[in-house]
Write a protein that binds this ligand. Structure first.
Ligand SMILES: [Zn+2]
Length: 281
């Protein structure tokens, strides 16, 4: 039973007759399923000194919940790509390899693309997230930090489908900084990453209120029929519906639907009759 039904029941124990009747009616409506109820999410311990209660859509500090990838589903990224270690879902690795090969054909950016971060377990995410916050720290409070770092259990990196791209040599632009969008490689990603099944999870001005991350791309497959794409798209279904990526992977079928939805052009000439079709008088 949801929160609204619980509060109605609690009120009913100690209110006058009129309120009691109203609450009884509300309880009956709850029992009949007429009142949409809110889920009662239990508080969760993010860090030793931080507890948070998920919102009604499951988000914590703005981030959606994600489980850990199975170790058996993860493979190493192509040699030379990782700065340190980069494990990624096997299905995504195929397209990542194609993407890296494609960049080698572009003289301006050939050989510069690297992985700053790929799969991060929930425990690793906890270590990253649970640093100190305060007036003399990089982040003044947990909400400010959560705009940049997802809480443990709420990072796309734990799924094994997300990659943080960086550049070597670094062109005067540090890792995980929006300045990558101004570099030739960053611009290439914005123009072409979706051709390899990657989409930008946190676009500029996103309603999720996560900071703009032009380095963070998640894999969903070039089409729903691509091997492994259904699993990835199921995991990211809520994110893709509520907070769409941009650039986003758009299937051929989706493009076709968009064309159909375009309003008719009132100035377009009338179509000519087909050669063999009978003409009306
Ligand atoms: Zn990231």
């Amino acid at each position: 039973m949801g929160r609204s039904c619980h509060s109605a029941r609690a009120h009913a124990r100690e209110t006058p007759v009129r309120t009691l009747l109203k609450n009884l009616i509300a309880l009956a409506a709850c029992a009949a399923g007429l009142i949409p109820t809110l889920s009662l999410a239990a508080p969760i311990q993010l860090c030793i000194d931080q507890i948070a209660t998920p919102g009604t859509d499951g988000r914590v500090l703005g981030h959606l919940p994600y489980g850990d990838a199975l170790a058996s589903d993860l493979v190493a990224a192509p040699p030379g790509f990782a700065l340190g270690q980069c494990l990624i879902q096997r299905a995504a690795a195929v397209d990542l390899t194609r993407l890296i090969r494609a960049t080698r054909e572009v003289p301006e950016i050939a050989g510069t693309l690297r992985a700053v971060s790929c799969h991060r377990s929930t425990e690793r995410q906890r270590a990253v997230f649970c640093g100190p916050v305060g007036p003399d720290k990089p982040y003044h409070n947990a909400m400010e930090r959560a705009r940049v770092v997802a809480p443990p259990g709420y990072s796309e990196h734990s799924t094994g489908y997300a990659v943080d791209f960086g550049l070597r040599p670094a062109p005067g632009c540090p890792d995980v900084d929006a300045c990558i969008s101004l570099t030739p490689a960053g611009r290439w990603l914005l123009a072409h990453a979706r051709e390899y099944g990657f989409e930008l999870s946190f676009p500029i001005g996103n309603p999720q209120k996560v900071t703009w991350e032009p380095w963070h791309w998640r894999w969903v497959g070039t089409s729903s029929k691509a091997p492994g794409a259904t699993t990835a798209r199921t995991i990211f279904a809520q994110a893709r519906t509520s907070f769409p990526a941009k650039p986003a992977v758009v299937d051929t079928a989706d493009s076709w639907l968009r064309i159909v939805r375009q309003p008719p052009n009132p100035f377009a000439p009338a179509p000519l009759p087909k050669p063999n079709s009978p003409t009306k008088p």
